[in-house]
Write a protein that binds this ligand. Structure first.
Ligand SMILES: Cc1ncc(C[n+]2csc(CCOP(=O)(O)OP(=O)(O)O)c2C)c(N)n1
Ligand code: SF4
Length: 262
């Protein structure tokens, strides 16, 4: 095991191992891969990967990644963000990356709060949950990130958890291979900040909660009204085949060149 900065019981190490396995299984050359991260606990993941890496500013990872992919479409671009980074301060970039259908994989580790800076409320904190900035309960409703990016136009949308590891390996592999915007949300425990404040019983109990509330998407759609409160679907939620941004851009470029405009 590598020395790392994450708390014991944090799900980040599990997601990182899953990503490393997905890259190894696909046999990608490390110089063909660029891992782009924002700021946060999960945003430190690129420190432990021997690919190209860009550690950007908080909430802007997708903007940097879009530039990289647009400039060199041959690169495999993977963007690692927390829910604060990728969906709260960076929420607008997330929507527009999905709308643009830029060909990359975005992995948002959703631990329901801003872990690194003391457990503040984020756009995925469940309504009523306690955080350092919502001491008596969150008055806001949470985003369903998968539904959000699906509605915005992503080609591949999936949700996994830090408990369901073989499935997560597969979802990350599929997300890397799929052309267009791929989004994998990983539900993951932050026992230090979120778990402690919400009295979720520590890292093991949080893992057991994931085991008991994550439901394969097919069963979820069939039985959603009969499932225990808090249940959520996991697996591949959506796959489309719309042309990605670079394909559309190339087509327009070719047309413009033919018409002698550039
Ligand atoms: C513009 C800006 N605002 C705020 C911060 C402080 N900051 C650093 S990390 C972080 C929260 C990260 O939370 P999240 O993205 O959910 O990742 P986690 O730490 O939970 O993995 C914040 C608010 C910053 N670095 N830059
Ligand atoms: S604060 Fe939370 S997200 Fe950050 S390393 Fe610790 S357990 Fe993980």
């Amino acid at each position: 095991m590598l020395p790392h900065l994450w708390c014991s019981g944090c799900g980040n190490g599990i997601v990182l191992s899953s990503l490393a396995r997905a890259l190894a299984e696909l046999g990608l050359e490390r110089n063909q891969v660029v891992v782009v991260t924002g700021i946060g606990c999960w945003g430190k993941a690129d420190d432990y990967l021997s690919t190209n890496a860009l550690h950007g500013t908080h909430g802007r990872a997708l903007a940097f990644a879009t530039g990289i992919k647009a400039a060199n479409p041959k690169l495999c671009v993977i963007v690692l963000m927390g829910d604060g980074d990728g969906a709260t301060i960076g929420g607008n970039h997330l929507i527009h990356a999905a709308r643009r259908n830029i060909d990359l994989l975005a992995v948002v580790v959703n631990n329901h709060n801003y872990g690194m800076t003391g457990g503040q409320v984020s756009a995925t904190t469940p309504a009523g949950a306690v955080t350092s900035t919502t001491a008596y309960g969150n008055p806001e409703r949470e985003f369903d990130l998968c539904e959000l990016v699906m509605a915005a136009g992503a080609n591949y949308v999936a949700r996994g958890t830090a408990y369901h590891v073989p499935q997560l390996d597969r979802l990350l592999r599929e997300g890397i291979e799929k052309k267009g915007f791929s989004f994998v949300e990983v539900m993951s425990p932050c026992p230090t900040q979120y778990g402690r404040r919400n009295q979720l019983g520590g890292a093991v109990k949080m893992m057991e909660w994931l085991r008991d509330h994550a439901v394969p998407v097919k069963s979820f759609r069939e039985k959603r009204d009969d499932l225990p409160p808090g249940s959520f679907p996991i697996g591949k939620l959506h796959e489309g085949d719309d042309p990605d941004f670079n394909t559309r851009y190339r087509d327009i470029q070719a047309r413009a060149q033919k018409e002698g405009q550039v």
